[in-house]
Ligand binder design. Structure first.
Ligand code: GDP
Length: 158
């Protein structure tokens, strides 16, 4: 992900990874952010929850969006394992945004905002609730990660 000029030349290029259980909305968050598109079709098999990814995926990442689904508590419980895997494979000052997606499904909510917020504070990550469907906070989540990465990078350059 980068901040690019009109000629597609990059000022900065940062690697940001999107992780979390399957079905939480990672693909739709990305397509909402990059193309302003949303798809109701699910390619995911619910049941395959936590799954280890290869270290190549993490290599060089300076930012991460760790996504859970606010309507499926198990996806929030698995955040701890994702976080451990992420921290095992990346630099200590990686910028991490905990993202509670599907905030539009208010009647189905299973993870309280306060619980996630407290978890994020304990773990020293940023936190936001989003809806890829309603386009709520999606851009904010991505740009906040980029802003914080930029902060870390410019601190290092001093
Ligand atoms: P991924 O496996 O994490 O990449 O998840 P997907 O992006 O494939 O989304 C899984 C399912 O959740 C799909 O049926 C999406 O339409 C749905 N979904 C994704 N984001 C949202 C959201 O913000 N709100 C609602 N209501 N559904 C969503």
């Amino acid at each position: 992900m980068g901040a690019y000029r009109a000629d597609d030349d990059y000022d900065y290029l940062f690697k940001v990874v999107l992780i979390g259980d399957s079905g939480v909305g990672k693909s739709n968050l990305l397509s909402r952010f990059t193309r302003n598109e949303f798809s109701l079709e699910s390619k995911s098999t619910i049941g395959v929850e936590y799954r280890a990814i290869t270290s190549a995926y993490y290599r060089g990442a300076v930012g991460a969006l760790l996504v859970y689904d606010v309507t499926r508590h198990v996806t929030f419980e698995n955040v701890e394992r994702w976080l451990k895997e992420l921290r095992d494979h990346t630099d200590a000052n990686i910028v991490i945004m905990l993202v509670g997606n599907k905030a539009d499904l208010r009647h189905l909510r299973a993870v309280q905002t306060e619980d996630a917020k407290a978890f994020a504070e304990r773990e020293n990550t940023f936190f936001m609730e989003t809806s890829a469907l309603e386009s709520l906070n999606v851009e904010n989540a991505f740009t906040e990660v980029l802003t914080q990465i930029y902060r870390v990078v410019s601190r290092k350059a001093l």
